[in-house]
Design a protein around this ligand. Structure first.
Ligand code: SF4
Length: 310
């Protein structure tokens, strides 16, 4: 299948044992049918051990008591890759931290922000987001309309003549809402979602009482970062609008996410007097893993009535 990828895509390599939030810890990993067949066919000791560490109607690896994948070594490496190579990985492990959107003649693959290294790459990229597209891809009539609309959204978000605050406001207006949210109501809505980490709950409670003025979106130091962030959310989540034509809700999700992350940064800045790049990467990573990797959470946020978070 032909594949289009963002211009920063090839900068990514997994940093393995240097990763603070290894993706092989804390996530239940479902094993696809084809890989399960491969595991069932192995006659080696490793095959035996793999099967002993899998359970469930939807087969998945049994995490250890410390929430680590049973095949994650103490050095933070994957034993399956070390012993047999990447072809031994199930689809989820082989793809992570990438995500894919499928179109009639090609796929778009991006890097997900729940991986700290991917977040570093995306948030530090100074070149405007662009896609590296293979030669001779074709589009259906519906896709032509979709990609024209998406490009129009990207153009607003990447207009460097304006501040990101102005860009966000004009995009929101184009979709019939305003880039003004009630932080208290927004946090309340996020607190109804499924959450992975208690620290995220504490952060949201704390943020509820923060007085956020939104000036971070006018601050020169944060312009490119918020541009990349907003474009990422659109790139990742707009694709389904091709089927249901609900562009507004996905634009709202992208801008609401930037607003909440802007509030997180501002709250940290107020408390600490400064915020460094690694802290911003970490806050964005937490947001992504708490929100974007739960279908249920995404469904709730993508159907949120704007009037309840104003
Ligand atoms: S989170 Fe990213 S950098 Fe860390 S182990 Fe997973 S893929 Fe590698």
């Amino acid at each position: 299948m032909k594949e289009a990828v963002p211009n920063y895509y090839y900068k990514f390599t997994c940093i393995g044992d240097r990763c603070k939030h290894n993706c092989c810890i804390g996530w239940e990993i479902d094993i696809d049918e084809e890989t399960m067949q491969l595991y069932n066919s192995l006659t080696t000791d490793l095959g035996e051990r793999i099967r002993k560490n899998i359970e469930g109607d939807v087969p998945h690896f049994i995490l250890r008591a410390d929430d680590r994948c049973p095949f994650l070594t103490d050095k933070g490496l994957c034993e399956l890759i070390c012993e047999c190579g990447e072809e031994m990985l199930c689809d989820i492990c082989a793809l992570h931290p990438r995500f894919r959107n499928f179109y009639s003649d090609f796929i778009e693959t991006g890097l997900g922000l729940c991986c700290e290294e991917a977040a570093r790459i995306i948030l530090s990229e100074t070149e405007p987001f662009a896609l590296i597209v293979p030669n001779s891809i074709s589009f259906s009539e519906e896709e032509k309309v979709f990609f024209a609309k998406r490009q129009a959204i990207f153009s607003v978000l990447q207009d460097r003549e304006k501040t990101v605050g102005e860009r966000f406001a004009s995009l929101a207006e184009a979709f019939g809402f305003s880039f003004r949210f009630s932080l208290k109501k927004l946090c309340t809505a996020y607190l109804t979602l499924e959450r992975l980490d208690e620290r995220w709950t504490t952060t949201l409670h704390h943020l509820q009482d923060f007085s956020f003025d939104g000036t971070i979106f006018e601050n020169r130091d944060f312009q490119i970062l918020f541009e990349q962030l907003s474009v990422y959310f659109i790139f990742r989540h707009l694709a389904d609008a091709l089927w249901d034509e609900d562009y507004g809700l996905r634009v709202q999700f992208a801008l609401m996410s930037c607003y909440l992350i802007g509030a997180l940064f501002s709250c940290y800045l107020e408390k600490q007097g400064d915020i460094d790049f690694e802290t911003m990467v970490e806050l964005v990573r937490i947001y992504s893993s708490e929100v974007e990797y739960s279908e249920e959470n995404m469904e709730t946020l993508l159907t949120l009535d704007y009037r309840t978070i104003q």
